[in-house]
Design a protein around this ligand. Structure first.
Ligand code: SAM
Length: 347
């Protein structure tokens, strides 16, 4: 078990560095698509603005949450208002408008182009995710249930680094000290299962992921000598049957890749995989209830809106989603300064 010293386990700085490149694209799209002008004219909710401007509500919600976290919007009674910072620098009518800079910045920001496409493309109606056909992002392979070995290997390295500290924090929380069989959905390199099995000698884990990923996961597991308690199950989580008989289903950074309707389908599959009394555990970076921050979660939401089919959630949104899938006693457990596990029980 890797015991992280405090404050070494506080990863807020590295997350801020990782996610601050979303700030500028969020400002650029808001400027170009008339978001701030429209709110200055008539304060409104995210849904009202999405209808008014014909923009994708999921992506717009993420952009507005980040602009609020950065101090350019203020939520009051369910509506966003512009702040003085916006009035001075972000409205074309101001003598101090930064519009001349924005035009040049747009040319140099691939993330801006991705975010703009997310905002101007409506979501499909069906819950089953589809590939965009552009094949340039991991999420397209994930949506179609097929990933090349090369794409799997580089994605696994990325996710292993990205999640290592959060995984140890979940293990240290002892939320799983009474769990015997855990299904780690989209478990990737096994970064969470390894930390959990390391901490809890009575725990066995199954990592469910796409075939190309499951081919490589055993290398990570063997490195920690845990192959007798961690196995893999290759499956497309959207189309294949899920294995059954677990007392916990764990989904880390899975819901944030998909639309709420898709997440509901995943939650229903999790329900079917659990024995009565078993728990679903959704590990995510949560937005505040008013979706106006925290800044890191709001920036993560913009990154997800631009690069996947998802967004970050508030606890209330996940509570409602898990309730719709049949779970009860839904609660939120903070496992690090940034991450939480939202847990529900199968009656
Ligand atoms: C964002 S990563 C999360 C990895 C890990 N749970 C973590 O938090 O670090 C998403 C994971 O879901 C897996 N995944 C995506 N689509 C899938 C599908 N259709 N079926 C099974 N696994 C899938 C990916 O291969 C990847 O390992």
């Amino acid at each position: 078990m890797i015991e992280l010293p405090v404050p070494g386990s506080d990863t807020r700085d590295i997350w801020e560095i990782y996610l601050s490149p979303t700030w500028m694209p969020a400002l650029l799209v808001a400027d170009e698509l008339g978001v701030l002008d429209s709110i200055a004219d008539t304060p409104c909710s995210s849904d009202e603005l999405s209808a008014r401007l014909g923009l994708n509500g999921r992506a717009l919600g993420s952009v507005l949450a980040l602009l609020a976290a950065l101090g350019y919007l203020a939520p009051r009674h369910g509506r966003y208002h512009i702040t003085d910072a916006t009035r001075h620098h972000l409205l074309p009518s101001s003598p101090f408008y930064w519009g001349g800079v924005w035009v040049a910045m747009r040319e140099h920001s691939p993330l801006y182009h991705q975010l703009r496409r997310a905002l101007t493309t409506p979501d499909p109606v069906e819950a089953l995710p589809q590939s965009s056909g552009r094949d340039e992002r991991s999420v397209d392979g994930w949506a179609s249930g097929s990933l090349s070995s090369e794409a799997a290997a580089s994605m696994m390295k990325y996710m292993h680094s990205h999640s290592a500290a959060a995984a140890v924090a979940v293990a240290q929380s002892d939320l799983f000290s009474a769990t015997r069989r855990l299904l780690d959905v989209g478990g990737c390199s096994g970064v969470f299962s390894i930390a959990l099995a390391d901490r809890h000698p009575g725990l066995s884990c199954t990592i469910m992921d796409l075939h190309a990923v499951c081919e490589l996961t055993p290398e990570y597991v063997k490195e920690r000598g845990l192959e007798d308690r961690i196995d893999t199950h290759a499956a497309d989580m959207f189309r294949d049957p899920w294995p059954q008989g677990y007392d916990a289903v764990f989904l880390s950074n899975i819901f944030h890749d998909w639309r709420p309707a898709t997440c509901l389908e995943l939650a229903k599959h999790a329900f079917g995989a659990l024995t009565p009394g078993g728990t679903i555990n959704v590990h995510e970076m949560l937005l505040n209830d008013d979706a106006a921050g925290p800044r890191t979660a709001a920036a993560f939401s913009v990154l997800m809106a631009a690069s996947t089919q998802g967004q970050q959630f508030t606890f209330a949104q996940l509570e409602s989603l898990l309730g719709d899938a049949g779970f009860v006693d839904i609660g939120c457990h903070s496992t690090s300064p940034l991450h939480s596990v939202v847990r529900g029980r199968k009656p």
